[in-house]
Design a binder for this molecule. Structure first.
Ligand code: ADP
Ligand code: MG
Length: 554
């Protein structure tokens, strides 16, 4: 025998339900994500309760699991969990009022949109927010929630058609069900396609693949992939990582590197990132899409998010999970996007410091495996990601005139080699190493025993121009006409000076036939006149050259 009570929804809830049921939501299957995440939360809560000991728990040896049953005859979907359940009071306050932050946000947003014609706006907003439990009324004309609280007490049934009222009744002792909650969804005829097992499986694979409690559809287990990112990094085997990587990145290679970390303060984040052994943005192939998905407590929020990492990190694959994120995240909401931005900062910093570590501890791996494959992305980062520009610059490697072995050095190494009087960092852009070595611009620098970085591509040139400075030192192209190298006399020259002190006509570079000052002026005038003002800005004698007769500078 049961006692039935009819109760009214809180006014705001009524309004919300009205909007939800009347809006033609494009991605209507998200109700499943919401209900599964509630079921998973309920199991999680029960596990906490068990771990805390103390309280008597109904059927305490019952496994924590989620069961979905499709009934084509009744046209119902039932979602059962063996979680914490709800008491009657909890039912009333959880499902009868808007307590939940997501639903509240939704209402505020709608109010702020300030239109009486709420429907169009609502569709857009639901897409962004989701509305938790109530989203079930997008597909159902009736919902029946039966729940048995884990701490004991009577089981309760809650029924509603999602309009003004709901009914609550206590279940008889004899028909008291299993611990936890069972939600029976009576589908609208428009959504009967959801009664196909394959359809539901597809939706679950998309959103709920990593839910940590087993999910069964009509008795078959669907979610079999472990959410490796949630495990303690010290306890994960390398092969487990590789298998997970291959699964999420649909990859066939082994990853080049793995970054797995967890933090709780100031922000909850669990991240598992992979650098694939190669990237596909070569040989004119198209630009890669980002490869990192965003989860909140193992439920998918956004697949391949474009915001969670900077664009230059698009070669990275993996998963980021933060409990601080709402299931339906909105980029228009300042606190959501601020949170994403914070996460992005933490992740980028971690990733860069992992690369620095690799460069230091495994320089060969860094150069031969990582840098040769991904240098381009770091350079792109230098040009785009100003916040991390100097950290990225630290990771760049270059050839110079001094390391003829083509061994690459960092800017820090360059700085550790500079001459004491040298403030700037010099570089030379040429098509090839051979061309760079033969460049007339290089002569004076070699004579002054200065190291010059060689760069060979437009992006490198762009990087130098964007950086401007490194560790307070200007990056200067050797083609720059204003460079004064007179302070860097070569050691030979200094000796020469001492030997024949006061000899005004000391020869530059050992040539026997030096032009006199008037001859040089005449030559300059002739050059200017023959080439014309439009081609020649100025022409003057230089002491920079050693064996080349002349150079052009800008
Ligand atoms: P949220 O999950 O964000 O709190 P929902 O609208 O999804 O919002 O759910 C509202 C509340 O109803 C939950 O916080 C929870 O207390 C309760 N609830 C919903 N589903 C279950 C369930 N399967 N088992 C126990 N409690 C539930
Ligand atoms: Mg929920």
């Amino acid at each position: 025998k049961t006692t039935k009570k009819t109760m009214e929804f809180q006014a705001e809830t009524k309004q919300l339900l009205d909007i939800v049921t009347n809006s033609l939501y494009t991605d209507k299957e998200v109700f499943l994500r919401e209900l599964i995440s509630n079921a998973s939360d309920a199991c999680e809560k029960l596990r906490h309760l068990q771990n805390a000991g103390g309280a008597d728990i109904e059927n305490s040896d019952r496994d924590l699991e989620i069961k979905i049953t499709l009934d084509e005859v009744e046209s119902t979907i039932t979602i059962e969990d063996t979680g914490i359940g709800m008491t009657e009071e909890e039912l009333v306050s959880n499902l009868g009022t808007i307590a939940r932050s997501g639903s509240k946000n939704f209402m505020t947003e709608l109010e702020q949109a300030g239109s009486s014609d709420g429907l169009e706006i609502a569709k857009g907003i639901i897409g962004k927010f989701g509305v938790g439990f109530y989203s079930v009324f997008m597909v159902a004309h009736k919902v029946e929630v039966t729940t048995q609280p884990a701490r004991g007490g009577p089981a309760t049934v809650w029924t509603s058609d999602g309009t003004g009222t709901y009914e609550i009744s206590e279940l008889d002792e004899e028909i008291r069900q299993d611990r936890g909650t069972s939600i029976k969804i009576f589908l609208d005829s428009n959504y009967w396609s959801l009664l196909q097992e394959s359809k539901i499986t597809e939706v679950l694979n998309k959103y709920s693949n990593f839910v940590q409690f087993p999910i069964f559809i009509n008795g078959n287990r669907v979610n079999s992939v472990q959410a490796v990112w949630g495990l303690d990094p010290r306890e994960v085997e390398y092969d487990t990582y590789v298998e997970f990587y291959k699964y999420i990145a649909q990859a066939i290679d082994d990853p080049l590197d793995i970054l797995h970390f967890r933090a709780e303060a100031p922000l909850d984040v669990k991240a598992l990132l992979f650098i694939p052994s190669f990237h596909s943005e070569k040989y004119g192939m198209e630009r890669m899409q980002p490869g990192v998905s965003l989860y909140s407590r193992k439920v998918l929020i956004e697949s391949k998010s474009t915001d969670i990492l900077p664009d230059w990190m698009r070669f990275v694959k993996g998963v980021v999970d933060s409990e601080d994120l709402p299931l339906a995240i909105s980029r228009e909401k300042p606190q959501d996007s601020a949170l994403i931005l914070k996460l992005r900062k933490v992740l980028t910093r971690k990733f860069l410091s992992q690369l620095e570590k690799m460069a230091k501890k495994e320089p060969e791996k860094y150069l031969d495996e990582f840098y040769r494959e991904y240098a381009f992305f770091l350079k792109e980062g230098v040009c785009q990601d100003f916040e991390f520009q100097s950290t990225l610059a630290k990771l760049l490697r270059f050839e110079t005139n001094k390391n003829t072995t083509k061994e690459l050095i960092s800017m820090d190494q360059y700085i550790s080699n500079v001459r004491p009087e040298q403030n700037d960092i010099y570089y030379l852009c040429a098509p090839t190493r051979e061309a760079a070595a033969l460049s007339p611009y290089l002569e004076a620098f070699e004579k002054a025993n200065l190291e010059v970085i060689f760069i060979y591509t437009a992006i490198d040139d762009f990087v130098m121009a964007n950086l401007e400075k490194y560790e307070g030192r200007k990056l200067v192209s050797v083609e720059n006409g204003d460079i004064d190298l007179s302070q860097f006399q070569s050691d030979d020259e200094k000796k020469d000076k001492k030997d024949d002190d006061g000899d005004e006509s000391s020869d530059e570079g050992g040539s026997d036939e030096k032009l006199s000052a008037t001859e040089a002026m005449d030559l300059c005038l002739w050059l200017k006149n023959s080439l014309g003002d439009s081609k020649v800005g100025s022409c003057r004698p230089s002491s920079r050259l050693v064996s080349s007769p002349a150079i052009v500078t800008d």
